[in-house]
Structure formats: C-alpha cells, structure tokens
Design a protein around this ligand. Structure first.
Ligand SMILES: [Zn+2]
Length: 129
C-alpha cells in the first residue's frame, strides 16, 4: 500500500521523500517512480527479515514467552539501526553511514531498475554488507 502524505515530508521528515513502515509506503510524491521502487525494495527486505525473525523469535516464543513475538516486526529496524551505528563508528559521517547500510545500499543501487524485484534473489541485500 502506497500513501502520499506531503505534510509528513514537508513538516516532520523534511530531509526525506519517502519511508517504509512495517510494509506500508509513505511518499511525498506518487509520481516519483524511483522513490517508490526504492521503498518497494525496502518492503521486500522487511518481509525477508521478518520471515527469518519469525522462525527465530517464534521458536524462542514457543519455549520461553509469547512476548518474543513482538521482535518479529521490529527485527528489520533493529538490524537497520545496529548497522547504521557500526558504520557511523567506522566512517564518522552520518550521510555516508546511512547510504552504506546494506538495505539502503541495495535500494539506491537498484532504484532505477524497475524489473529488479521480479528477478531479485532472496536476501540479496546480503551482497551489500
Ligand atoms: Zn531507503
């Protein structure tokens, strides 16, 4: 689902033009096809991470506590944040660290390839780590 929300990007997330939250896309401009492709790549990454996290957290939840199931939808964002911090320590540059996060690196690299998601292999972001 793609939602155009100009106010969000003009008043709150002023440095961004789009964001993927839990599989939903919020964009400043529905006509920006590269941005939408970029965010769709993040949706695929999110679903892949959630699938693997589901196996891990689901198993842990079965034996310990159902609370671990809450880790499934946030696993992508935890990975994203940890990778950003590691790269920030390495590069000491926020913009460079952001662009080098494997999820962003793949999305920026392939955002202009509109058939990319049709042929993309599972966990392809791993190539960008
Ligand atoms: Zn991105």
């Amino acid at each position: 689902m793609i939602i155009q929300w100009k106010w969000l990007f003009e008043k709150v997330l002023t440095r961004f033009a789009g964001i993927m939250l839990f599989g939903f896309l919020f964009v400043k401009d529905l006509e920006d096809k590269e941005l939408i492709n970029h965010e769709k790549i993040h949706v695929r990454q999110f679903l892949e991470i959630s699938l693997v996290a589901g196996l891990v957290f689901g198993t842990v939840a079965w034996f310990i506590s159902l609370w671990f199931l809450l880790g499934i939808p946030v696993a992508f964002y935890i990975w994203y944040g940890i990778e950003f911090l590691i790269r920030l320590i390495k590069y000491r540059d926020r913009e460079k660290s952001y662009k080098k996060i494997s999820f962003e690196h793949e999305a920026y690299d392939k955002e202009d390839d509109f058939t990319y998601l049709q042929n993309r292999r599972f966990w392809r972001f791993w190539k960008y780590i």
